[in-house]
Design a protein around this ligand. Structure first.
Ligand code: GAL
Length: 963
């Protein structure tokens, strides 16, 4: 949650005094005046820890762009070995040389690093995507042996294959679904390292928008007791039955131990102030490798309800106890609210009618693509709330959990959507995962199973949705299932009959006939509008690929903002609107193509800067707080005397416009149309005053400004968290000699930062081809944005913006000490030799250079470092250990050493037929075997002589490293 400084102080978090430097004005500037003030003095709440067994796995990764294809094995021996577990070839395997790979910190979207390219896919924003590989070495402490270990990859755009220690452990067929991998059976501990390899295929497309490329969400390692709550295994979603509230709690518990287990379960409910207000207990017995469920119910008298205006969150903490000792805990935030859709009058939350004033969103932002920093979700949600928006449709896929966290906290209703319309098992699993993950969230009010599927009008489509809806209902019986239809709702059998609430995309002419034909079927617009605006542009110029902000342009299948809201607002039976879209996004540059690379549909641009539509929607949607804005700006040199169309966007009863103190008349506000004037241009000051009930409620103005002389930087918040991951957008504008923002300024701004890093830039211009990752950006319609990540620890972020001919600007944000989430530390990859063959013990010294037939799979035995061998015959003391290795690049260039951490027995080490080291002491000890430079495969043989009757062999790990 965003909290005030006072709340932060009360919470005991250290907040240093405000630094003694001037801070910029607390507003995200909108050049046409009237922008909603930004909550400047807020600090993001430290992340809510729902699962304390999780360690972040975002650092320590190596990345390779492009595919790595290795030749197929040809010989029988190679083919035989390649078919075994643990020996995946190439970069999927443990031994692959990744020493030249680039270090990356996740979330990562490699497509954002690519230049736009006219030969690439238009819908994906003209960025080449391709294939990429990630690898991560994991060192797991020995005390984790016996624990349940699970790797969680937040999402991989688009498809992915995952190997752990050379074993193929997961495939992902959706770029929006988490990949959960139980690595318990394959994990190695202590000095033995583990290798995670991920091949991400971003050539596969699941959407017709920018989808990014890579591991673009957070990643985790879960370390749990062998008997533990499964991932997303805490289900707690309040119910009101006969006016009484309860929290039914179901805990899904898995037993990975080797014996059956009986565990006690406990669920505790805390109110918003952290006071315990109820608890319940249960128990469950689970067979080994099975799952069980503990069900409990907590009764609650008179809870504070969760609503759009007051999103009160409670917390359920579930504990698992074994012999009285807590072995696992999980927490979830819940809200007490109930909902229903009425076929005649729309949506009700807690019995109160709520018209859905929603937007569709994709998940990318300027500068970072789909690798969205957590704080940016919060920022975007605040921007939407400031507009009076109360709903989001996650079009057309599962959103990042951090986005839903923001919706729960801020009171935004969510249509949670599935990507793939497909009830076959692999794809149904994606839908199940989504519902399991999100079914505790008060914000989520509907499950959408598809968007605009051509099979919607058919019996097959109906049967598919019927199955998908059934799966949803099995997991959650409280929220309606919907589907976003753009056709087919009048055929005899179609998907509208398989859903609870019909979603209609566009097709506003179908609203009335559909309602007339199905008066008992609730419906909502699931998508509408698709209007075009280029921020700060007031005249459509098709040649320049620019669209006017006067709300005159819309797609053929869409409507302008004015028209669309009118169709929906005037029909009580339409649950509400989901405007396409809240924010511009990369890709889908409709109605244009190259050189336009991002969309123009947004109410806000790609940076979240307000277009005119923001003020229009705010004036239409916000009923309480005064809304008043003037459009356009008032700097039109050369247009003196010519009429300028002026819009006033307000939720007042009456507004009056005046120019340079002279009234241009009063108008009653029709909130569907909004007052307009034709004003002959004269430089100066255009002012609007708004009245409600005869009382002035707001006043705003726009002024004719002079030439830009300086830059201005504006922070969103003056405080950042020193977790090393907090990010905030800074706005840069150019101002005239009197400090007023210059609407048309287009200076090229260079950013420099201390105490942090610029991780991306943007300006909202769909036609700008400059890099979004270099710290340089041209102002577009007067504005640009830099996304800055603060370094870890307490300190100050200082951002400077400079441009030729303009005075530079500097802004600071203080960084308060905050604990980062616990993480698995990075481990440097080391080439370890893990796969060995050993000969039987013999009584006389064997020939270390003996050659075994290629097709001989059985004369040699398996051996592993860390496992000593004992001869059954005291006289048979000799054995050989063999393996092969390909040195990593640096070692191949310079020569290296095979380092046996511990050999037990006397030993000789032979590499490529030459004896290179001898260990004459039979006691356990290290052995270093130098070898010369040279690429290619080396054959290594260790001849070991045991002490009679004693174990011998490879006591510990064996590594190949530089000398
Ligand atoms: C819809 C579709 C959206 C987007 C939009 C553009 O048909 O659902 O994803 O493409 O059109 O107008």
């Amino acid at each position: 949650m965003t909290v005030t400084r006072r709340a932060l102080l009360a919470s005991g978090i250290a907040v240093p005094a405000l630094p003694p430097f001037a801070m910029a004005a607390p507003a995200v500037p909108y050049l046409d005046s009237g922008d909603a003030p930004a909550p400047f003095d807020i600090v993001p709440e430290p992340p809510f820890v729902a699962d304390p067994s999780l360690l972040r796995l975002d650092t320590g990764w190596l990345f390779h762009k492009g595919d790595i294809v290795v030749p197929q094995p040809m010989g029988h021996e190679d083919t035989y070995h390649a078919a075994k577990a643990g020996v995946a070839p190439g970069a999927a395997g443990v031994a692959w040389d990744d020493s030249d790979w680039r270090e990356v910190v996740l979330p990562h979207d490699w497509a954002m690093e690519e230049p736009v390219d006219p030969t690439a896919n238009v819908a994906q924003g003209y960025r080449k995507r391709g294939i990429g590989w990630y690898r991560r070495t994991l060192q797991l402490p020995p005390e984790w042996r016996g624990k349940y270990l699970e790797i969680q990859l937040g999402a991989a755009a688009t498809n992915a294959t995952v190997w752990f220690n050379g074993i193929n452990v997961a495939h992902s067929y959706s770029g929006y679904t988490a990949i959960l991998i139980d690595i318990t059976p394959y994990a190695r501990f202590g000095e033995e390292l583990n290798t995670l390899s991920v091949r991400v295929d971003a050539d596969t497309m699941e959407g017709w928008w920018y989808e990014g490329a890579g591991l673009y969400r957070h990643n985790w390692l879960a370390v749990r007791d062998p008997v533990a709550i499964v991932t997303d295994g805490l289900h707690a979603d309040p119910r009101r039955v006969d006016g009484r509230w309860t929290v039914p709690v179901a805990l899904t518990v898995a037993n990975n131990a080797r014996q059956a287990a009986t565990v006690q379960a406990e669920a505790v409910l805390f109110d918003a102030a952290g006071r315990e207000i109820g608890r319940a207990t249960g128990a469950v017995t689970i067979d080994p490798l099975d799952r069980g469920e503990a069900r409990m119910t907590i009764a609650v008298a008179d809870p504070k309800l969760w609503s759009v205006e007051t999103p009160t969150l409670y917390r359920v903490e579930a504990r698992l106890l074994r012999d009285g000792k807590a072995i696992d805990t999980r927490a979830t935030r819940i809200g007490f609210r109930d909902l229903r859709f009425d076929a005649g009058t729309g949506f009700y939350l807690n019995g109160q009618h709520v018209k859905l004033k929603g937007v569709c969103v994709h998940q990318d932002h300027a500068g970072v693509g789909v690798a969205m920093p957590d704080a940016l979700w919060d920022w975007r949600a605040r921007r939407l709330k400031a507009m009076g928006c109360n709903a989001i449709r996650c079009s057309h896929h599962a959103p990042a959990p951090e986005m839903l966290d923001a919706c729960d906290r801020l009171g935004i209703l969510v249509m949670d959507e599935n990507r793939n319309f497909n009830p076959s098992p692999d794809f149904l699993a994606q839908l199940e995962w989504l519902v399991r993950r999100d079914r505790n969230r008060p914000s989520v009010i509907m499950w959408s199973v598809f968007n605009e599927e051509p099979m919607q009008a058919t019996e097959q489509g109906f049967e598919m949705v019927r199955r998908m809806a059934h799966v949803v209902k099995e997991l959650d019986d409280s929220r309606p299932v919907t589907a976003a239809m753009n056709d087919g709702m009048f055929t005899p059998l179609n998907v509208s009959q398989a859903v609870d609430v019909v979603g209609i995309n566009y097709q506003h002419r179908s609203y009335d006939p559909f309602h007339a034909a199905h008066p008992a079927k609730p419906m909502t617009s699931s998508e509408d509008t698709s209007a075009f605006m280029t921020r700060g542009v007031w005249k459509t110029d098709l040649a320049k690929h620019e669209m006017s902000s006067y709300d005159t342009e819309a797609a053929d299948w869409g409507l302008t903002h004015h028209q669309s809201w009118k169709e929906i607002d005037t029909r009580a039976f339409v649950g509400g609107t989901f405007v396409w879209t809240g924010f511009d996004y990369h890709g889908e540059p409709t109605p244009f193509e190259w050189p336009t690379t991002s969309s123009l549909f947004g109410i806000m641009d790609l940076c979240g800067f307000a277009k005119m539509a923001f003020h229009l929607r705010r004036a239409q949607w916000e009923d309480a707080a005064p809304a008043l804005a003037i459009a356009p700006h008032w700097t039109w040199p050369g247009r003196e005397g010519q009429p300028i169309r002026v819009m006033v966007l307000s939720n007042a009863d009456t507004v009056e416009l005046s120019l340079n103190g002279k009234s241009l008349g009063k108008q009653k506000v029709d909130r569907l149309a909004m007052p307009e004037w034709q004003v002959p241009y004269q430089s100066g000051r255009l002012e609007a005053v708004a009245w409600r009930g005869g009382r002035e409620i707001a006043r705003t103005s726009v002024e004719t400004v002079g030439a830009p002389v300086a830059l201005q930087l504006i922070a969103d918040r003056r405080t950042m968290l020193g977790t090393g991951t907090d990010v905030q957008p800074f706005t840069v504008a150019a101002v005239d000699a009197r400090g007023r923002v210059v609407p048309g300024a287009d200076a090229r701004v260079t950013f420099a930062v201390t105490g942090g890093a610029v991780i991306g830039v943007g300006n909202g211009d769909p036609n700008d081809h400059d890099s979004e990752v270099e710290p340089v950006r041209r102002l577009f319609s007067g504005l640009a944005q830099a996304l800055v990540r603060a370094d870890a620890g307490a300190g100050t972020v200082t951002l400077t913006a400079s441009a030729p001919g303009l005075k530079s600007a500097r802004v600071m944000a203080r960084v308060v000490k905050a604990e980062p989430l616990p993480a698995l530390p990075p481990t440097r990859p080391v080439a370890q030799l893990t796969d060995w063959k050993r000969s039987e013990f013999v009584a006389t010294r064997p020939d270390p250079l003996r050659v075994y037939a290629k097709n001989d799979m059985n004369s040699l035995l398996g051996a592993r470092p860390g496992r000593l061998e004992q001869s059954r015959d005291a006289a048979a003391v000799w054995s050989t250990y063999r393996t092969t290795f390909v040195p990593r690049r640096r070692v191949a260039e310079q020569g290296g050493v095979v380092a046996f951490a511990e050999v037990v027995g006397r030993a000789e080490a032979w590499i490529d037929g030459e004896r290179r080291a001898v260990k004459s002491d039979p006691a356990a000890g290290p052995l270093l075997v130098p070898f010369p430079k040279g690429a290619g495969e080396h054959a290594l043989v260790l001849l070991v002589q045991a002490e009679p009757g004693q174990p011998s062999g490879l006591g510990k790990v064996v590594a190949v490293r530089e000398r």
